[in-house]
Every structure is written in C-alpha cells, then in structure tokens.
Write a protein that binds this ligand. Sequence first.
Ligand code: DQA
Length: 146
Amino acid sequence: MKLLIINGPNLNMLGIREPDKYGRETYDDLLKKIKAHCDKKEVTADFYQSNHEGDLVDRIQQAYWDKTDGIVVNPGAYTHTSIAILDAVKSVNIPTAEVHISDVSKREDFRQVSYIRSACCFTVMGHGTDGYLEAIDYLIDNSGEK
Ligand code: DQA
C-alpha cells in the first residue's frame, strides 16, 4: 500500500511555531515518526509539504498518476479557505484522511469551517502528531490490501 502524507502552509515550522498549540516536535521529527510507523505497518509513504495552494493541488493530482492508495492531509490554514484543495481531493477519488494537530473545534470561529472535510473518509483533531498515525491506521484498516 502506498500513502501520500501532505502538509500545508506553516507546518514546516513545527517545533518553532506556537509550541503551546502545535508542540515541540519539529517537522523533521514528524516525518521520522511517520516513517517509523509506516515501516512497522509495511506500507510506503511519500511526503510533501508546501506553503502554496496551487502546489498542494498539483501534488494531490499527481497522486492519481502515481496510483497512490491513500492520502493523509493537514491542509493547515487552507482547510478553512480552499475550495481548490477540496476539488483536487474529489478529482482524484483517493481515500483521504484530514488531520489537525490542534483541536480546531475549540478554536476561533474562522477555524470552524473545513472545506476539505466533506471529501474525507476520516478526520482527527487535537491528538497532536499522533493524529497522523491514527489517520494512517484508518486508511490501512479500511483498504482491501496492505
Ligand atoms: C492546523 C489548524 C489550522 O487551523 C491552522 O491554520 C494550521 C494547523 C492544525 O494542525 O491544528 O496551520 O491544521
């Protein structure tokens, strides 16, 4: 099974940015943690991070041509604004799980909308970076293969 882990804007600043909300693990630590989990589960993971909406759309489209089996995405602030990213996920028709490190449901009003959510089969929020592992497990457990 082949997964794509996508992170949107400012997630490259993990460990530096607002550690009270997003923790002290760096983006690099996150990739290592996910990689170790995927190795244990015997699935492959590609990683992508961008601060640019169109680049995220391009990478989601690429997943179709790469025959990716599942996408784990934390769109960052684009969660709350991007119809283009929603449409990209709908276009490729690949099972997609939405992750938020913080519990967006308990934060500002402008974070209460998630455009991408309606195209996702799973959402996890407020579980820190463990949420990525939960999303990966969900995609594995709900795929017909390994
Ligand atoms: C986030 C929550 C978003 O509201 C915010 O813009 C982020 C990170 C999270 O992981 O909790 O960049 O997606």
